[in-house]
Design a binder for this molecule. Structure first.
Ligand code: ARG
Length: 471
């Protein structure tokens, strides 16, 4: 590029010196924000049409602008658009090309507009689409979790607290716990969508403009629900980017917890599940290895998404009103967080659909750890004993079993009766894992009937959320 061309930046009039190449690169956001091109073109078309409707520019100029922008869109789509870092950002790149193509009319597009309200509009427009994409992906994962819980209904596994065996639960109950996490993630994404759904265009640089713009018309054309009420807030607000990145962070946190469990469960020590070969990798040296790399990677990538959120919050901290160039840093982390969550959701879906549940290993595990102890104590309570006394008696029995190397289920009726006269025949039944699980009848508990009811509610909430997305 010649020195003269360099000086031809869109604000060239005021400037005598051309920028250095490295400062130009430093200041440019084009490599990141070119991803906003669809939103930028949609926003410019809406703006041009409104300008003509308000008699601020002529219909001929508006037609030429719209036609030119559509041709640019086709060129970008087909990869024929020449992105040049000297253009700084996607807004300048498109406007420069438009003026090259259609001449003077192109120079009228930016009437009553600043890049400050333009970038805020583009980013919000794009965030709405990104949030929608993630919402539907989250719903796909919710459907996968429901299908898995339904398929394995009846499978018993050890439930843990402190990662120590606690009480037997249904595997479906455990899986549905994740269903509810992702249901809340859907709600957070929907909130982020609504947060982005406000039109800043018409705020100009910071103070509004002297042209008689019709902001409602643009909002309607671009499908924004409302227009921003304060031009200074409109150009400096990036809360909606925080909201989406936060929603992504929490969803990644949930994925990472599920990954951690899949990793544990697929170890030889647990053996509760077997991951499909498609979701595992081998070792270059140890022929026997099958590693849960993909689950580990999702777990690892969670840290990066948190980083994106922290970077954004830190960038925004203490920024004075109104627009500051610092805010240009918002998009890299936003796109990274969204892309990382999107690919992680896809991988998790495939991993869950293809894993094998080893029901016998889970049942075997549920026999260990004295998990019937609470129920045995409850049995004594049923016989009229105070819970604290029952707790002490069963606690001593567990210690005794542990020292002898036997489980509660190994005890005979005589051995039980010898511990306490109340531990009669009925106590043997209290040791049955299936009965123990089935007895957890509280709403939201692990009893078979409660879980069947929970499955029904889960399906209903998913259906509501899916329908809600279409309206
Ligand atoms: N590339 C800029 C951004 O992403 C666009 C807005 C620039 N505005 C300005 N006055 N320099 O924030």
């Amino acid at each position: 590029m010649s020195e003269q061309d360099k000086n031809d930046a869109l604000w060239g009039g005021r400037f005598q010196d051309a920028p250095e190449e490295f400062t130009q690169e430093f200041g440019a956001s084009l490599p990141v924000d070119q991803r906003l091109w669809r939103s930028d073109i949609a926003g410019s078309i809406a703006h041009a049409k409104m300008l003509a409707r308000q008699d601020i520019i002529s219909d001929e100029d508006a037609d030429a602008i719209v036609d030119g922008l559509n041709r640019i869109a086709a060129d970008i789509e087909s990869g024929d658009f020449d992105f040049d870092i000297a253009d700084e950002d996607i807004h300048m790149a498109i406007e420069r090309r438009l003026t090259e193509m259609i001449g003077e009319a192109g120079g009228r597009l930016h009437t009553g507009r600043s890049r400050n309200d333009q970038v805020a509009t583009d980013t919000r427009h794009c965030c709405k689409q990104l949030a929608e994409g993630l919402m539907s992906q989250v719903n796909d994962l919710r459907a996968t979790l429901i299908a898995l819980a339904e398929r394995e209904l009846g499978t018993i596994m050890p439930g843990y607290t402190h990662l120590q065996k606690a009480q037997p639960v249904l595997f479906s109950h455990h899986i549905l716990a994740y269903y509810w996490m992702f249901t809340r993630d859907f709600g957070r994404l929907r909130f982020a969508y609504a947060a982005a759904d406000v039109l800043p265009l018409g705020s100009a640089a910071l103070a509004g403009t002297t042209y008689p713009l019709d902001r409602d018309l643009i909002a309607e054309e671009l499908d924004f629900s409302s227009v921003s009420p304060n031009s200074m807030d409109a150009v400096s607000d990036r809360d909606f980017v925080c909201d989406l990145t936060y929603a992504a962070s929490v969803a990644m946190m949930h994925l990472s917890r599920l990954c951690e469990e899949l990793i544990l469960w697929s170890s030889d020590e647990f053996g509760f599940i077997t991951l499909s070969d498609a979701y595992a990798t081998g070792s270059s040296i140890m022929p026997q290895k099958k590693n849960p790399d993909f689950a580990e990677l999702i777990r690892g990538k969670t840290g990066r998404v948190y980083g994106d959120l922290m970077a954004l919050l830190t960038t925004l901290k203490a920024l004075p009103l109104a627009y500051d160039k610092d805010m240009q840093e918002d998009k890299e982390g936003l796109f990274d967080a969204v892309d990382t969550l999107s690919s992680s959701l896809a991988v998790m879906g495939g991993m869950l659909q293809t894993l094998t549940v080893n029901a016998e290993r889970m049942a075997e595990g549920a026999k260990g750890g004295f998990m019937a102890a609470t129920d045995l104590a409850d049995y004594l309570v049923g016989q009229g004993m105070a819970f604290r006394e029952a707790h002490a008696i069963i606690g001593k029995l567990v210690l005794d079993c542990e020292q002898r190397g036997v489980t509660l289920q190994d005890l005979s009726a005589e051995e039980l009766a010898a511990v306490d006269e109340h531990l009669d025949e009925g106590a043997l039944a209290a040791l049955d894992l299936e009965k123990i699980v089935a007895a957890r009848t509280t709403d939201g508990g692990t009893g078979n009937e409660a879980v069947t009811a929970q499955l029904r509610t889960a399906k209903e909430t998913l259906q509501d959320d899916q329908l809600g997305m279409l309206t």
